[in-house]
Write a protein that binds this ligand. Structure first.
Ligand SMILES: O=P(O)(O)OC[C@H]1O[C@H](OP(=O)(O)OP(=O)(O)O)[C@H](O)[C@@H]1O
Ligand SMILES: Nc1ncnc2[nH]cnc12
Length: 178
């Protein structure tokens, strides 16, 4: 595992800024260059999983769509199951549902009611923490199912959007910030 400064440099080198995407005024943080580099991808997955290796995590929740890419390998690293939180209308069985605001619109997400057993220890993983709406919705979904949220871990936090303010009751960690 690289030292913190090296990890920060690896991540920053793999993220590019795309102005005015998906709408004018938004500076989009594109993580696809990082994902395309196997060493960077492996490094990031290990860094997200690392603090939870001894934590008895039962399930890793990934947030559609970019969160899935990181959460599934983190689940494997932790010998835990993977649970998807999906945009509304995509999950086939009975769901819990939460709506929220994003930096660029609104969204509704769902999780199967039987995806998490009461008392399960759950780590939530996503790529970006921006306004915190998605993370808040995910935490509330897990708690509706009776799960214990042991952490919300992201690759990148956009600090100027103050997403942590919506997640003061959760252990939030970000590998890097912008
Ligand atoms: O903290 P927030 O303001 O809620 O924003 C963060 C969320 O926004 C992005 O997802 P998006 O809904 O754009 O979906 P995608 O992963 O399908 O691109 C990102 O992947 C996070 O899930
Ligand atoms: N500016 C941004 N870049 C990438 N993902 C995001 N999710 C919310 N805001 C974002």
């Amino acid at each position: 595992m690289p030292a913190d400064a090296d990890l920060d440099a690896v991540i920053k080198a793999g993220i590019r800024d795309i102005p005015d995407f998906p709408s004018e005024g938004v500076l989009f943080k594109d993580i696809t260059p990082l994902l395309a580099d196997p060493v960077s991808l492996r490094t990031v997955v290990a860094a997200l999983a690392g603090p939870h290796r001894a934590g008895g995590v039962d399930a890793v929740v990934g947030l559609e769509a970019r969160g899935f890419i990181l959460a599934a390998p983190v689940a494997l690293e932790l010998d835990a199951g993977f649970v998807p939180v999906r945009k509304a209308g995509k999950l086939p069985a009975e769901t819990y549902r939460e709506s929220y605001h994003l930096e660029y619109g609104t969204a509704t997400v769902e999780m199967h009611v039987d995806a998490i057993a009461p008392g399960d220890r759950v780590l939530i993983v996503d790529d970006v923490l921006a306004t915190g709406g998605t993370g808040r919705a995910a935490v509330d979904l897990v708690r509706k199912a009776g799960g214990t949220v042991v952490g919300f871990s992201v690759l990148l936090e956009l600090g100027f959007l103050s997403g942590r303010g919506k997640l003061t009751d959760v252990d939030v960690s970000a590998l890097t910030a912008a």
